[in-house]
Design a protein around this ligand. Structure first.
Ligand SMILES: Nc1ncnc2c1ncn2[C@@H]1O[C@H](COP(=O)(O)OP(=O)(O)OP(=O)(O)O)[C@@H](O)[C@H]1O
Ligand SMILES: [Mg+2]
Length: 458
């Protein structure tokens, strides 16, 4: 027995002509193909259920169903639709060839068969089929790979999104914590500033209050007593005919008439002075209002005036600057429910900033030569929504546009180290916006004017 040769491919020949079948079968078998034959279309279709042909050579004219019908049925069956079909026909009729090709045939051969041509065409078709198979397999693999990659990509995207979300949330959390920390820090510094300044002011006011009350209350008696003494001395002068020379001499020495005239003046100026001190003490107590931890109805103008009084020294003229004039345009305000000492702290911060800006415009490198004298305008009014509006403006150095958005940030300052902490405005903002649910805004034009507007609900 010869060893079985490896088959070049399995071919089914369908032809009703035994001679054709024999010729083709012999030729193909001799060339190493495995060959099966069928004598009509129906037998071929039946045979293909068991025989796995890799190529079909199909005659057109056959008894029963013809080659075209057989081809149609092969194409409509998923199990056979991929098997390449070569029509074999005696007809060299072009329309038959076209019909065959349009039904899904891959090629045609004409009878009588030219064996070499038939073999060549079969080999080409089988090669094409193999390539097609490989391509299809590769295509399936590629599709699988694409699906895997897509799945991996989707997973990566999802992980990335999750990561981004986590980073975003973490960043928000961190910036919130940072903001809270900054606010706590500002609050701490503010409380410390407030309580130490308040305590100092209240302490001084308290210490001065008692002695000045004592002085003020006794001045009245001092005036009365001095008047009585003068009257007594006048009576002595008038009624005693001869005064001892020593007394007469002393009357002249002290210029009794001048004393009579001057002492009441001194005492009344002392009275004016002590009234002023009492007023200052009242202002200091009004400013500090340490005792008032809760909201109270207060007169806003009193708060502003007390603050101005404390700042009086800084408003005075200096070698390099005229006295700052304060122009008031106070409207009719009702008593306002507020934390008075905190609000006074805001007036203090805004007024100090205005004074600093007026000082600054006279110092190099600004040296703004203005015709207008240094001025602070304070305006108050009730706005349409029934809010109290307090505007404090100055014609000082102004705020450059690029830093206007930063001035309310804690620790932002343009002042030299040691002069400004950069907390004044951020504290003021907290007091107005958070504590009083109001608004604090700034409008400024460099070199011209700066205005801070406080709005608080009545
Ligand atoms: N009226 C103003 N004119 C010009 N610049 C101003 C005025 N008010 C505030 N600024 C600017 O805003 C910055 C921040 O003011 P803020 O009151 O918060 O801090 P500071 O005055 O620098 O320091 P601190 O008030 O803590 O002593 C100031 O450094 C200044 O540059
Ligand atoms: Mg300040």
């Amino acid at each position: 027995m010869f060893p079985k040769k490896k088959s070049n491919g399995a071919i089914l020949i369908v032809d009703d002509n035994p001679t054709n079948l024999e010729v083709l079968s012999d030729t193909l078998t001799a060339d190493g193909f495995q060959v099966a034959v069928a004598i009509d279309g129906e037998t071929a279709l039946e045979q293909l259920k068991y025989y796995q042909a890799e190529l079909i050579i199909l005659d057109i004219m056959m008894p029963g169903i013809d080659g075209f019908e057989t081809c149609k049925r092969l194409q409509s069956n998923p199990l056979t639709c991929d098997i390449p079909v070569i029509f074999a026909t005696a007809l060299s009729d072009v329309s038959n060839k076209l019909t065959g090709l349009s039904l899904g045939a891959v090629d045609y051969i004409t009878k009588p068969f030219q064996c070499e041509e038939v073999l060549a065409r079969i080999q080409i078709q089988l090669k094409l089929r193999k390539l097609d198979k490989v391509l299809k397999e590769q295509n399936v693999l590629l599709k699988q790979e694409i699906l895997q990659r897509q799945a991996a990509e989707n997973l990566l995207k999802k992980l990335n999104q999750e990561l981004e979300k986590r980073v975003y949330n973490r960043t928000i959390e961190l910036s919130k914590t940072l903001q809270q920390l900054e606010q706590t820090q500002v609050q701490l510094v503010h409380n410390e500033k407030m309580s130490s300044l308040g305590r100092l002011v209240a302490g001084i006011a308290h210490e001065i209050n008692n002695p000045i009350n004592f002085i003020y209350a006794n001045l009245h008696y001092a005036m009365e007593h001095s008047q009585n003494l003068f009257t007594l001395l006048e009576l002595c002068q008038k009624n005693l005919t001869s005064l001892p020379s020593e007394i007469q001499h002393y009357f002249q020495e002290v210029d009794f008439e001048y004393l009579q005239e001057d002492l009441p003046k001194i005492l009344s100026s002392m009275e004016v002075g002590s009234e002023r001190i009492s007023q200052i003490v009242l202002s200091l107590r009004n400013f500090s209002r340490l005792d008032e931890a809760h909201k109270k109805s207060v007169n806003i103008h009193e708060g502003i005036e007390s603050t101005l009084l404390i700042l009086q020294e800084r408003l005075n003229g200096r070698a390099d600057r005229q006295k700052i004039q304060v122009i008031r345009a106070y409207g009719e305000l009702p008593l306002v429910e507020c934390y008075a000492s905190h609000l006074n702290q805001v007036f203090m911060n805004l007024l100090i900033n205005a004074i600093d800006a007026l000082d600054e415009q006279n110092s190099p490198p600004l040296l703004i030569n203005k015709l207008e004298p240094p001025t602070i305008w304070i305006r108050t009014e009730i706005s349409h929504q029934n809010w109290v509006k307090i505007s404090i403006s100055d014609n000082g150095s102004g705020i450059p546009t690029d830093i206007q958005s930063k001035i309310f940030d804690p620790f932002f300052t343009t002042k030299p180290v040691g002069k400004g902490t950069g907390l004044g405005l951020s504290i003021s903002y907290q007091i107005i916006v958070e504590k009083h649910h109001g608004q604090l805004s700034c409008y400024s034009e460099i070199g011209k004017r700066t205005e801070f507007v406080i709005n608080i609900p009545c």
